[in-house]
Write a protein that binds this ligand. Structure first.
Ligand SMILES: [Zn+2]
Length: 282
């Protein structure tokens, strides 16, 4: 694959019970960090993989029905945590971000979108379809807050299936080479959310498969250990979730040297996220 530079960081977190994240997990509160990726591509420039939480989440959940979302998910984010402020450590401005890959439309992945006026957005056709079809009132029940999405979103959006170069894949049947240069490989990982995607990329040191919320704990893809059935209520499709996880499990077995990164798995991300803002660490 073509090499890029990757930095992984956290932009806020929410609290959740560990036994909701995986069967057999402890009955204790754990942090679900909102992971994002800052990527430097040699030709395409600066790219974000998701955008974490921002304080806009609090604004958007002040009133019902969205308030129900905030009552069920206790979110912690400060101004310093927001990506637009973390960019300063790299000498970057929000306008320097030219592309944003949206894995799915849940608030912990899209809350920063409004900060990046120069960026082109990329998501799957199915994710965008659900986003457009769900009414603003009921969107919260799918963890979507429409107020987090920029008004000119559609104008700046590129649907991955239309834009990327489709390739065959042994495990996933197909994948999309986003820039047709073998640097960003996009895979379908539906289930947790409609049309969720994952991204495979490579730095000078290591190859990564960023799988968003295809699972919340590395044990899930390693041992096919599922979350408890209570969380099914919040998933778009339990069957798709299991199918996607099975494919990640197969990918892991076939390519054990590739680092798989579930967004909210601290056991994985704590070793990858550093606070020294080094683009050459990963
Ligand atoms: Zn998430």
């Amino acid at each position: 694959m073509k090499e890029i530079k990757l930095y992984l960081g956290y932009a806020g977190y929410c609290e959740a019970n560990e036994n909701h994240s995986i069967r057999g997990g402890a009955n204790k509160s754990i942090k679900f960090h909102a992971l994002f990726g800052l990527i430097q591509h040699p030709e395409q420039g600066w790219i974000l993989y998701d955008t974490g939480y921002t304080k806009r989440f609090y604004e958007c959940t002040k009133h019902y029905p969205n308030k129900i979302y905030a009552q069920m998910t206790k979110v912690f984010v400060t101004e310093a945590d927001e990506i637009k402020n973390q960019l300063k450590h790299f000498g970057l401005q929000p306008a320097d971000i030219k592309h944003i890959i949206i894995t799915h439309f849940h608030a912990d992945h899209v809350a920063g979108l409004k900060d990046f006026n120069e960026a082109t957005f990329y998501c799957s056709r199915a994710a965008f379809k659900q986003y457009t079809e769900i009414g603003a009132f009921w969107a919260f029940s799918k963890a979507i807050l429409k107020d987090l999405i920029p008004e000119d979103f559609e104008k700046r959006l590129k649907i991955i299936e239309n834009y990327g170069k489709r390739l065959n894949d042994e495990i996933f049947d197909q994948k999309y080479d986003l820039f047709a240069d073998d640097s960003f490989m996009i895979y379908d990982l539906p289930g947790h959310a409609a049309g969720q995607i994952g991204v495979e990329l490579k730095t000078e040191k290591q190859q990564y498969f960023l799988i968003a919320d295809a699972c919340w704990n590395k044990k899930s893809y390693e041992e096919m250990l599922l979350p408890p059935s209570i969380v099914r209520l919040f998933f778009d499709s339990w069957q798709d979730f299991k199918d996607s996880l099975q494919k990640v499990n197969l990918f892991h077995k076939r390519y054990p040297a590739i680092t798989i990164v579930p967004t909210h798995c601290s056991a994985t991300t704590s070793a990858l996220v550093s606070t020294n803002y080094d683009l050459n660490a990963l």
